[in-house]
Design a protein around this ligand. Structure first.
Ligand code: ATP
Ligand code: MG
Length: 284
C-alpha cells in the first residue's frame, strides 16, 4: 500500500514520503500548514488513491473526544420508558439500543480498512487530544454502559490536520508522524494550477503568479493569500476576462492587482499595499 499522488492533487516528494512513512509506522499522520495548502484534501485524495472509504470528523471548539467514540442517548430512553406501547417497552430493556456510535467506532467496526480524517484538531480544547491517546494508540476503547470493549477490526489510516491555533501535547505528538506542508514554490504552484485550469493561457498564468508571489512577499501582511485564494483569483480573472496589461507592470514596480479582494482579506493589508504603491510612485 503506497501513495504516489493522484491526478487531482499535486503531492511533492516529501509529502508522499510522509504519507508512506505514516502507513509503514501505523501511526496517525499529523499535517500542519497554512490554511488552504491542501491538508484536508490530502486525506480525501489518499483515501481515493488507496481505494479506502474516508470517514471524516470535523472538530469544533465544543467537540469532545467521547463524541467520536459513542454517546448514550438517555433522553430517548426516558421517553421510550414513558410510552405504553410494547415496542418501546421492549426497546427500553436493552441499553444498547440507545448507544449512538461515533465516527471512531464506525471506523473501528468497518469491514474493510478505512481512512479516518480528524480535521482541525487544534479547534478543540487542550483535553481533546489527550483524551484520544489510548484510542489512537491501541485502537480500542471501553463502553462503560454495556461493559464491552470495542477493538478495531482493521487499523484505520488516520490523518489529523491542524492550523496551529493551539499547541498539541507532547504525549500526543509522540504518537504521530508529522508533516508540515510548506507553501508551494512557483514550480509546484504551476502544477497545482494546471490541475484546476488545464487550459489557462501561459502568459496569464505567468503574470498572475508573479503578482501573487509579490503580494505574498509583502513584509508585514496580516494574512498572506494561499493556494485556494490564488485559484479563486484565477477563476475570476478568466471569468471577467481581465486584460493582461492590467496584471503586468511595465517596470519592476508593484501595482495593486485587479480583483484584489480575492487575495487580501482585511483592510490593513489593503492599506499596506496602497501605501507601498504610493511610496513607489513618489520615489520616481
Ligand atoms: N496540492 C494541491 N493540489 C491540488 N489542489 C490543491 C492543492 N493544495 C490546495 N489545493 C486547492 O486548495 C483548496 C483548499 O485545500 P484544503 O481545503 O485541503 O486546504 P486546508 O489546508 O485544509 O485549509 P484549511 O486549513 O483552511 O482547512 C482545495 O480545494 C484545492 O482546490
Ligand atoms: Mg482543511
Amino acid at each position: 500500500m503506497r501513495f504516489t499522488g493522484t491526478d487531482q492533487y499535486v503531492a511533492t516528494d516529501d509529502l508522499m514520503l510522509a504519507v508512506n512513512a505514516a502507513i509503514t509506522l501505523k501511526r496517525p499522520l499529523l499535517v500542519k500548514g497554512e490554511p488552504g495548502t491542501g491538508k484536508t484534501m490530502l486525506a480525501e485524495q489518499v483515501a481515493t488513491a488507496l481505494g479506502m472509504p474516508l470517514m471524516q470528523w470535523h472538530i469544533k471548539s465544543t467537540t469532545k473526544a467521547q463524541q467520536g467514540l459513542y454517546e448514550y442517548d438517555a433522553v430517548s430512553r426516558l421517553r421510550d420508558s414513558q410510552l405504553a406501547d410494547p415496542e418501546s417497552s421492549a426497546r427500553v430493556t436493552d441499553i444498547r439500543n440507545y448507544i449512538v456510535k461515533g465516527v471512531l467506532w464506525q471506523a473501528f467496526s468497518a469491514e474493510q480498512p478505512v481512512a479516518l480524517l480528524i480535521d482541525e484538531i487544534d479547534k478543540a480544547d487542550i483535553e481533546f487530544p489527550n483524551d484520544l491517546l489510548r484510542e489512537l494508540d491501541r485502537m480500542e476503547f471501553h463502553v462503560y454502559e454495556t461493559r464491552e470493549t470495542v477493538r478495531a477490526r482493521h487499523r484505520p489510516l488516520v490523518f489529523i490536520t491542524s492550523n496551529n491555533e493551539k499547541e498539541l501535547p507532547d504525549a500526543f505528538l509522540r504518537r504521530c508522524f508529522f508533516h508540515y506542508i510548506r507553501f508551494p514554490d512557483a514550480e509546484t504552484m504551476r502544477s497545482i494550477v494546471a490541475v484546476h485550469f488545464p487550459d489557462l493561457k501561459k502568459e496569464l498564468l505567468s503574470a498572475a503568479l508573479k503578482s501573487f508571489y509579490d503580494v505574498r512577499g509583502l513584509p508585514g501582511l496580516k494574512k498572506k493569500p494561499s493556494t485556494s485564494e490564488l485559484l479563486d483569483w484565477l477563476k475570476l480573472l478568466v471569468a471577467e476576462d481581465v486584460p493582461l496589461d492590467l496584471l503586468r507592470s511595465t517596470d519592476d514596480k508593484v501595482s495593486i492587482p485587479p480583483l484584489v479582494g480575492a487575495l487580501l482579506k482585511n483592510e490593513q493589508d489593503v492599506t499596506l499595499f496602497e501605501k507601498l504603491v504610493f511610496m513607489q510612485k513618489h520615489n520616481r
